[in-house]
Design a protein around this ligand. Sequence first.
Ligand code: NAP
Length: 480
Amino acid sequence: MEILTNYIDGQQASPLGGAYIDVFEPATGQVYAQAPRSQADDVEAAYQAARRAFPAWSQMPAAQRSDIMLRVAALIDNHLDELAAAESRDNGKPVGLARRMDIPRGAANFSYYATAALHIHDEAFGLPGQALSYTTHKPLGVVGCISPWNLPLYLFTWKIAPALAAGCTVVAKPSEITPYTAWRLGQLCAEAGLPPGVLNIVHGLGPEVGQAIVEHPGIKAISFTGGSATGRVLAQTAAPMLKKLSLELGGKNPALVFADADFHAAVEGVVRSSFTNQGQICLCSSRLYIERPIYDQFRDALVAQVDALKVGDPNDLSSNLGAVVSQAHFDKILSYIQLAQHEGANVLCGGQALQIPGRCANGWFVAPTLLEGLPIGCRTNQEEIFGPVVSLQPFDNEEEALALANGVDYGLSATVWTDNLRRAHRMAQALEAGLVWVNTWLLRDLRTPFGGMKQSGIGREGGTEAIRFFTEPKTICISE
Ligand code: NAP
């Protein structure tokens, strides 16, 4: 069994307390590794290493920082097959998806921000005859990055890369449920020549390691992705400390399908937006609103396509869905399907756990599930399930579609399927979501701001927003 280590001051480090957590393979339900169950003293060691590394890293010429980060990106790329297999084993996602999406995106996060580091610049403001003011953008210092289990390397690097590009040093915690590729990232960073202490990775439980990072008085800012309830706990700790926070939280995202949409493109798009990664992407659609004239036809086409999805061994390249991430999450998803039935849902397809014969017989598999007949106000339509469970409802006009789409506390993303350009603009403007896709889904341009409205978060990441988050402007005014 593999024993993972922390990565502190450029070294593989065992947890000071000597405790470990079992790491499961969701497809088999078996323990395959152990990860450190670190505590506040490990976080302190990581912080001290990051503090020592900060002066040299923040003052290193941007081109040199950029070169090191590009080497990390290249190493991730060079290990594509190995990292994809590891991500799939750790998370339960189909290996093909990890190969197409997770690992390339981990490399892209590093290469994108490696080049962004070259474009951080100061600004000057002249007041002729009086003064010249100029504004510099200073890296904050040591920062904390905390990420969830659904896109492990993808989201971990999405936070770490901009922090490093900005000149900060980092204490980072991946989810203890999926620690493996974060562990490998530490090794690849060492191989790329990242100076010791610039990135420190501390494994462990959220309320222990995560909390210790958020509470640490020397850690200047926290970039967090996870659930809205956890985000509130973090804010309670960080707000009285006046600590800068970026919170990327949960979603309950609508997809609106109008009768004028390209029917086949919309069906395929909705299947993908609902069930990719077993529905465990914060941007997945979980509420489908379909214009009444095409409701029956669309629903039937959807059921046919969803029934044809293959749920199976994540190692099998023909599997469309793999296992959900843990026993606890499996239980939670099934309990929501039961709740939906109590709330009056008609189960159109799925609705139960699946047993996959062979090596995956004890894995955590859930059939992709379509529900109809639920009102907007019920818990199934209001709460984030974060699994392969989607609720369908017809609408009669744009006003009703908007009221349904906006009728939840979340506001992360929304998708609109229509061939009417004016309608696309009207909907996009009125939807309460940080990101609206029209006739596509999950097309991400790393230059664009990313984040949620309402209970889906505070702040924006991506592009220059993330660099702005990890830096602090300082204005200097010089009299002429
Ligand atoms: P989570 O339970 O909130 O955990 C997220 C991270 O926070 C994990 O590393 C977790 O550690 C840690 N944590 C837990 N309690 C903490 C505390 N008191 N202090 C500091 N850190 C703490 O979320 P999850 O279940 O891993 O992920 C699913 C959620 O993430 C969903 O709600 C999903 O929508 C959201 N998400 C949002 C986005 C976005 O961009 N908006 C992207 C992806 C996912 P442990 O793993 O040890 O608990």
